[in-house]
Design a protein. Structure first.
Length: 240
């Protein structure tokens, strides 16, 4: 299970102090979606990795060192803070702010797109159908720009092209999705997981599924809990 602990954050932008929670430990026992969201069993750490100041909207990681560039402060004041009056800070919104602020800081298109991908995953987790398609479209925009600029690492090219296709599929643009899945299956670039990517792209084009690894059934969860208890029991038994 994911363990959280309280944390106090001092906002680098406005100096406000606020309470939040951070991830102390987590696991990778949860399902994996076909948009490549590797979930934990229990609480999802993705909700607690970044922190949004409730006063100004500045978003960052814990332990980030200042001072903050005055241009970024201005950016937050003009582009982010006004939105707090009308919009709720959901975990998807936090990742959107993170993406926008880091783009203003000069982060590349691939990294900004990866932050929007987290915004899309969070909106999907929250059942926030209003925000989800917009974030998925942002992922395609930034990843396509990154591919055109050839800044995507070779190791990530299958991952990136496949995800662009899957983003289009999830927003209902089947024609563009199929174009991208075809790009994946036509790629000849060597990669240790090439077969996995080709099979997945073919599957999502012809018989799309929502999960690469399905959520555990209640019976599986009970089995997992039993084996965890057994492990703990053995651990204490050994140390006694
Ligand atoms: Zn602040």
């Amino acid at each position: 299970m994911t363990t959280l602990a309280p944390i106090e954050i001092k906002c680098l932008c406005c100096g406000n102090q606020f309470h939040s929670r951070e991830v102390v430990s987590t696991n990778s026992l949860g399902p994996v979606t076909t948009d490549l969201f590797e979930m934990a069993a229990g609480q999802q750490p993705i909700r607690y990795l970044i922190f949004t100041c409730p006063d100004c909207g500045y978003t960052g990681i814990s332990g980030e060192e200042g001072p903050l560039d005055s241009q970024i402060k201005k950016f937050v004041e003009e582009k982010i803070s006004p939105r707090l009056k009308e919009e709720e800070i959901t975990s998807g919104r936090s990742w959107e702010f993170m993406a926008l602020i880091n783009e203003a800081k000069g982060l590349d298109d691939f990294a900004v797109g990866s932050m929007f991908l987290r915004a899309a995953w969070c909106s999907w987790l929250d059942g926030n159908a209003g925000d989800e398609p917009g974030y998925r479209r942002k992922v395609t925009d930034y990843f396509e720009k990154a591919l055109n600029k050839e800044i995507v690492l070779e190791d990530r090219i299958y991952w990136t092209k496949y995800l662009v296709g899957e983003m289009y599929r999830r927003i209902g643009d089947e024609i563009t999705a199929h174009k991208w899945f075809d790009k994946v299956t036509q790629m000849e670039l060597k990669h240790p997981n090439r077969d996995f990517w080709l099979d997945l792209a073919r599957q999502q084009k012809t018989e799309p599924k929502e999960y690469v690894r399905e959520p555990a059934s209640p019976e599986d969860l009970i089995k997992e809990k039993r084996s965890l208890l057994k492990k703990i029991f053995n651990m204490f038994g050994r140390n006694a």
